[in-house]
Design a binder for this molecule. Structure first.
Ligand SMILES: N[C@@H](CCC(=O)N[C@@H](CS)C(=O)NCC(=O)O)C(=O)O
Length: 219
């Protein structure tokens, strides 16, 4: 039996959704974030990085969302949720499986860190740090994020999915950056992203995953 080590309000929600779409039985072990939003130390007993998600399957432990998605597809996908191997859509899907964590998440994380720095500084340093962080944000982070958001909107293209005419694991991987960015920017000017979120949030498997995972602030 697969066990998913799941942190509340986190990107590991995607794995529960994937398992629900495939109808694979699994157990969820829930972990609660600490007051400063870190994972609790118990997760380090599962994997030394102490991050979520982690999958355990018998003696095997797999970390990293993208690798976990590939592990589940290899063992239980039976060709579902991926385009036919070797096609352009297949390689687009593989690209998004890597891109979601490798390229889409870092600027979103950086933006969060820049916001936190002045909040955590001594009171006399706050104004100068706030001004500096806002400058870095405006010069470096926002233009990068705009580039990525434009890429997502264009990739949804005519089909409304990230890779080909049907929903794939690429859409599940991309759901977290799309949800996280929606909270910070909204999608007033990006109708395809707005529509993508509405469609995935209505899926019965998505909703079942939410019930298994507990609190999730992004849906
Ligand atoms: N690229 C990794 C990121 C893992 C990660 O940073 N997970 C977050 C959950 S959103 C976490 O565990 N944060 C708590 C912490 O770092 O203490 C993946 O996709 O699995």
């Amino acid at each position: 039996m697969i066990t998913i080590h799941h942190l509340n309000n986190s990107r590991s929600q995607r794995i529960l959704w994937l398992l629900e779409e495939l109808g694979v039985p699994y157990e969820v072990k829930r972990y609660e974030r600490t007051r400063d939003l870190q994972a609790p130390k118990e997760l380090k007993a599962v994997h030394r990085l102490g991050k979520s998600p982690v999958l355990t399957d018998g003696e095997r432990t797999v970390a990293e969302t993208g690798a976990i998605v590939e592990y589940i597809l290899a063992g239980h996908g039976d060709g579902r949720l991926m385009p036919p191997p070797g096609t352009d859509d297949y390689w687009a899907a593989r690209q998004f499986l890597h891109y979601a964590e490798g390229s889409a998440m870092p600027p979103l994380f950086l933006m969060l860190v820049l916001q936190m720095i002045p909040d955590r500084a001594p009171f006399f340093a706050k104004p100068i740090l706030k001004a500096s962080m806002q400058k870095v944000d405006a010069l470096l982070v926002r233009p990068q994020l705009a580039l990525h958001l434009d890429h997502w909107e264009a990739s949804l293209g005519e089909t409304g999915w990230f890779a080909g005419p049907e929903m794939t694991a690429a859409d599940i991987m991309m759901s977290f950056p799309v949800e996280a960015a929606a909270q910070r920017f909204g999608y007033e000017d990006r109708p395809k992203l707005r529509d993508f979120l509405l469609r995935i949030h209505e899926r019965p498997a998505y909703r079942r995953g939410l019930r298994r995972g507990g609190p999730y602030a992004y849906a």
